[in-house]
Design a protein around this ligand. Structure first.
Ligand SMILES: CC(C)(COP(=O)(O)OP(=O)(O)OC[C@H]1O[C@@H](n2cnc3c(N)ncnc32)[C@H](O)[C@@H]1OP(=O)(O)O)[C@@H](O)C(=O)NCCC(=O)NCCS
Length: 185
């Protein structure tokens, strides 16, 4: 089997539309999650201090959409013309048919099963449409909610990675690594 890149195509689930970012999403992204220190607590980026930073980030994603191996979805709730989060492929290793995904969503929308629904949908897309054989996701061990999302999407824990880097508060973080195989689907 080969990887057949198709880029960030729109995916619909029961409650969500996963679609490409548009420049007009900058305000919603900034106010819903990118400027929130709590959302960014376990992330390597952010929080953005002004909407222009968010706009630049989106511009960059939009230009990357021209390459068909770029996967960054805006998460929109059906019937509401607003993005509430994002889900993306962070790292690819096509020669080993493996990629790694990451995600975040605004605090107002936490614990409604939204990210689990989004993750299930993109895992399906990356396995069946693109041809990846293994998909990884990693979370700071203190970020228990993110681990729950991985478990609920059918990923299984494989290992811890210790002392990977420094959190913003100067403490070292350890990662829990999860994986799902094509054959687990
Ligand atoms: C992690 C995150 C993506 C979860 O998104 P979500 O849409 O709230 O996820 P879901 O509702 O699908 O599932 C969350 C699960 O975690 C549980 N949970 C939430 N907060 C928790 C906490 N502090 N401790 C333990 N479990 C927690 C919820 O109860 C739910 O599990 P359940 O369905 O078994 O009850 C969201 O909190 C977020 O964006 N956080 C900030 C960014 C981030 O950390 N991204 C991931 C980086 S690895």
């Amino acid at each position: 089997m080969l990887i057949r890149h198709q880029g960030t195509n729109t995916i619909e689930t029961m409650r969500l539309v996963l679609r490409r970012f548009k420049l007009e999403d900058a305000e919603d992204m900034f106010y819903n999650w990118a400027s929130d220190p709590e959302v960014c607590k376990f992330l390597l980026w952010g929080p953005h201090n002004e909407v222009e930073v968010t706009r630049k980030r989106i511009k960059n994603w939009i230009s990357n959409y021209e390459m068909n191996n770029s996967y960054v979805w805006a998460i929109e709730l059906k019937g509401r013309n607003m993005v509430v989060g994002s889900i993306s492929v962070e790292i690819t290793n096509d020669s080993s048919m493996t990629c790694e995904v990451g995600y975040c969503i605004g605090k107002l929308y936490w614990s409604r099963g939204i990210m689990t629904e989004a993750l299930r949908a993109i895992l399906h897309y990356l396995f069946y449409e693109i041809g990846y054989q293994r998909i990884l996701a990693k979370h700071d061990i203190l970020n228990v909610a993110s681990g729950r999302v991985m478990q609920k999407a059918g990923m299984h824990f494989i290992k811890f990675e210790y002392h990977v880097g420094l959190r913003r508060d100067g403490s070292y973080y350890d990662l829990a690594v999860y994986m799902k195989n094509y054959t687990d689907e």
